[in-house]
Ligand binder design. Sequence first.
Ligand SMILES: [Zn+2]
Length: 258
Amino acid sequence: MELGAQEMQRHRAEQYGRLAAVLEKDHEVPGAAAIFDQALSCGLAAIVAHQWPGEELKKNGAVKSARFLIEVAKARAEKRPGQDDVQILRGTDGALDVKVECKTLLEAIDHTAAIRHARGVGELRRPYVDALLELDAHAALLQVSDEQRESDWVKEEIRQRHDRLRASDYLELIGDEEAERRAKAAPHFVVIAPGAVNDGVALDACPVCGWEALAMSGIDPFGAGVGSGACVVCSYVRSADEAEELARRIMMTRHMDN
Ligand SMILES: [Zn+2]
């Protein structure tokens, strides 16, 4: 089943809003580069699809990458007087004008690629986040409100990302040998609470250490098989909220692929 164009736009806007709100609140959150790339892709796709329908897509129907979406804005939007690298999308019906800082955003894409290739080490610079947030003034977005910034989801996302970093530091501290010993012992000391998980599956793959060592104390409500619990190898904790969110993303991806 294909998502309707409107539903797709809403999904893009929501994704942009949540991720941009995370960076607005904490632009040094672990994994900031990946969050930035995803937020920018969703935001630009929503804007381009709204302004110039069809131009967000490649010939094969897939959505263009952020870099090519910026090229569309560069070619189609008005230049800001005196600033060749900033495009302006004029707001209609009382909407605000939207500044698309093409040069800064292209620079940001290069910067995040460099961070991601260096295993996530490095900082996302604030001006890049500010340029990302400028896009929010567009009628297709309007997502980053005070409410959004203070939402449980944003707080939880930031907490989770710091927890992942803490767990991966801990993993480095205990070393490979100890991690393997713990992983092999995991099935022996995980006790399934009656009724807590389906099918007697007690261990899920841990996103931090990669071992099947996340002792499940619950499972997502959609039946996608995402467990919540704590990893007996690296101590990473996945909350029920995170499991639900992850499952929602898995379901959404399946939905869009079909
Ligand atoms: Zn782990």
